[in-house]
Design a protein around this ligand. Structure first.
Ligand SMILES: Cc1cc2nc3c(=O)[nH]c(=O)nc-3n(C[C@H](O)[C@H](O)[C@H](O)COP(=O)(O)OP(=O)(O)OC[C@H]3O[C@@H](n4cnc5c(N)ncnc54)[C@H](O)[C@@H]3O)c2cc1C
Length: 395
């Protein structure tokens, strides 16, 4: 499609020169993995090994790893640009993003020994850190109710419990784990007594994986820990402080996922615009009908607005300023905008929207996840109501 007004406006966000270069580079890698590649992976339920290897080789998956540990040493705004471009290309950054959003926990709270031992290998791709285990069947959204325990016995911790829907464990060498080290009865606040561990999966005897088939191509498993031994130095930071570490990291996670949603939203708007211009019914292009135009135009407006909130949240984060409200708002607005754009695209494609060959149905399923994970829309609204607007606590 020749660059029309929409295509030009989509490019006109206030990005720095560095981000434009970065985006171009990411687009080049993504162009080697066209929609056909993602379509066949989706059909086979296969992990995008080749894509992850190419992104690692180009350095992008080590964007947030400091240069002294072999990474690019970029900030969160740059990481957002990377993930947005991946999703905008028709790909799915999901299989590769955890290495970015777990980085804050490790960089801010990990020991120098842990960083020196693991980060250079994560940067080269010799080790993969793509798994982050928080959710449990009984606790669900209520993270402080998790029941997985890690008990210190001499020079090691013994881990017992279950986790559910933990992504990419099979494809990872390292996993960040949240477990209870002090029982709820013994702590002042429920958020106390939780600790974060860096688990070297290849040596985790007693850990069983049960793959779960979910709506999209996402390698997700239930994990069962039965007396899994972790060396005492696998703990990240201080014992009992894990909830705080994970919450800190969640701002980064929300902003990064929001950037992916913006990428999805842009992909849907571009696809829908292209289709509306090309498809002729009743002897004229369907895009001449305002019933087709308006939902796409509205979706475009909302993706653009969400993108500004993502930039704001990432900028605050990069300046070290509080960004809890903005990170949550970015995730809420971007997930809503991408979902709205997905629906507009599906409607514009009509029956073809349901046909795997047109990719809309695949991206539709992929972007739906972000209404629920890594945090559901309701929980964000509740955060905004209580912590931003000062309304009474509801749970
Ligand atoms: C494909 C996939 C991949 C995932 N990957 C990971 C991963 O890698 N690591 C990980 O730790 N987790 C992962 N998850 C889990 C995900 O983070 C959780 O599913 C999500 O946080 C919601 O938890 P839940 O499913 O237990 O829902 P529940 O807690 O059972 O909630 C169900 C619904 O009730 C709503 N609800 C609950 N309480 C309230 C309330 N007080 N007020 C209003 N509404 C409420 C929720 O918003 C939600 O819509 C993944 C999930 C999926 C589907």
């Amino acid at each position: 499609m020749p660059p029309g007004p929409v295509a030009r406006t989509l490019e006109s966000l206030p990005l720095t020169e560095a981000h434009e270069d970065l985006r171009r580079g990411v687009r080049e890698v993504c162009s080697r993995f066209p929609n056909q590649y993602w379509r066949s992976l989706d059909a086979e339920r296969r992990y995008p090994e080749e894509f992850v290897a190419a992104m690692t080789e180009a350095g992008y998956l080590a964007a947030l790893i400091p240069q002294e540990y072999g990474g690019m040493g970029l900030d969160l705004s740059a990481a957002c640009a990377i993930l947005e471009e991946v999703n905008r290309s028709g790909a799915n950054a999901g299989p590769a993003h955890a290495q970015m959003y777990t980085m804050g926990t490790l960089l801010s709270h990990g020991s120098e020994g842990q960083k020196r031992e693991y980060l250079p290998k994560v940067a080269t791709g010799d080790l993969r850190l793509q798994a982050f285990a928080v959710t449990e069947p009984e606790a669900g959204t209520d993270t402080t109710s998790i029941r997985t325990t890690a008990t210190l016995e001499g020079d090691h911790y013994l881990v017992n419990g279950r986790k559910i829907y933990i992504s990419r464990v099979e494809q990872s060498d390292l996993m960040i784990l949240l477990a209870r080290t002090t029982s709820v009865e013994e702590v002042e606040k429920r958020s106390g007594g939780l600790s974060v561990f860096l688990v070297y999966l290849r040596e985790a005897e007693g850990l069983t994986l049960r793959p779960r088939r979910v709506m999209m191509n996402n390698a997700t498993s239930e994990l069962v820990f039965e007396n899994v031994q972790l060396p005492a130095d696998a703990i990240v930071g201080e014992e009992g402080e894990g909830f705080r570490y994970v919450i800190d990291g969640m701002n980064a996670e929300r902003i990064l996922i929001a950037a992916e949603c913006v990428g999805d939203g842009r992909w849907f708007v571009e696809k829908a615009t292209e289709r509306a211009s090309e498809r002729e019914v009743f002897g004229r292009s369907i895009g001449k009908n305002q019933g087709i135009q308006f939902p796409i135009a509205r979706a475009y407006a909302n993706v653009e607005a969400a993108s500004l909130m993502v930039h704001k949240a990432a900028s605050l984060f990069d300046r070290g300023e509080p960004c809890g409200a903005e990170a949550n708002l970015a995730k809420l607005l971007a997930a809503d905008a991408s979902w709205e754009a997905a629906n507009a695209a599906l409607q514009t494609f009509g029956g073809y929207g349901f046909d795997a060959e047109y990719d809309v149905e695949r991206k539709f399923r992929e972007t739906r996840l972000y209404q629920v994970a890594p945090i559901s829309t309701n929980l964000i609204l509740s955060y905004v109501a209580e912590h931003v607007l000062g309304l009474p606590r509801s749970f």
